[in-house]
Design a protein around this ligand. Sequence first.
Ligand code: ADP
Length: 252
Amino acid sequence: MSTLPAMPSINNNALEVCDVTLDYTSHGKITRAVERVSFVIPTGQRLVLMGHSGCGKSTLLKAVGGFLQATEGHIKVYGRPVQAPGPDRMIIWQDLDQLLPWKTIEANVAYPLLLAGASKTDAKDRALYWIHKVGLDRALGQYPHQLSGGMKQRVAIARGFAAKPAVLLMDEPFSALDALTRHQLQDELIALQEESNITLLFVSHDAAEAIRIGQYILVLSPHPGRVKALLHNNKPGNEIEEQLHTLLFESH
Ligand code: ADP
């Protein structure tokens, strides 16, 4: 079960995580959250990090985001070592309040583009394009508190895609939404990702969501998080579901 199938393409990897170990230190105590995890994501592919709560999914995502330094190993984006956060790795969080509350929807999407050096015209054009793509033209001039949870996450998605990151990182972005909205947003996300060919690293603890979104599913085991299996999601749905279920619920 734990054999790792080879992933395609070596030279075209957007993200490379190589033998990464991640520790937290607090009050002199070291907690090893992730141990010797390796995977790659070829350009334009979607990989879901999957596993029980506490298995290090968010920790890995934060390390790719540049918020945590690896104790051992390295993380590279198109061959460049990750050392700090940057606009080449936009993150969409679970939190429904990740938008800037004092800025309009249009300004929220344009803001990272302006920070990254885009001209006002370019930032506006790209913001309008992506706000349109997520179906929120009517909300352009509104503020985050005027939107539903699903609309806020759509804005976060527009902001993420508009920045054209090398890798888009998503940490359980739909888990605070109702089931219907969650399913809609999963489908919309896949359509936008396929159209834009942006590489996606997505964290989920939900097997159905992982199967819907991931072309690859990396299953982690907990304490510390280690790679249990890498599944290529190209088999019939029930087969991959059974495989995932066995991996998640067999003894660690
Ligand atoms: P997941 O996202 O899979 O639920 P996390 O990455 O949040 O798991 O956590 C992995 C492990 O690291 C857990 O044992 C958790 O308690 C620990 N951990 C997470 N954040 C911190 C922190 N800031 N300080 C110390 N330990 C942490």
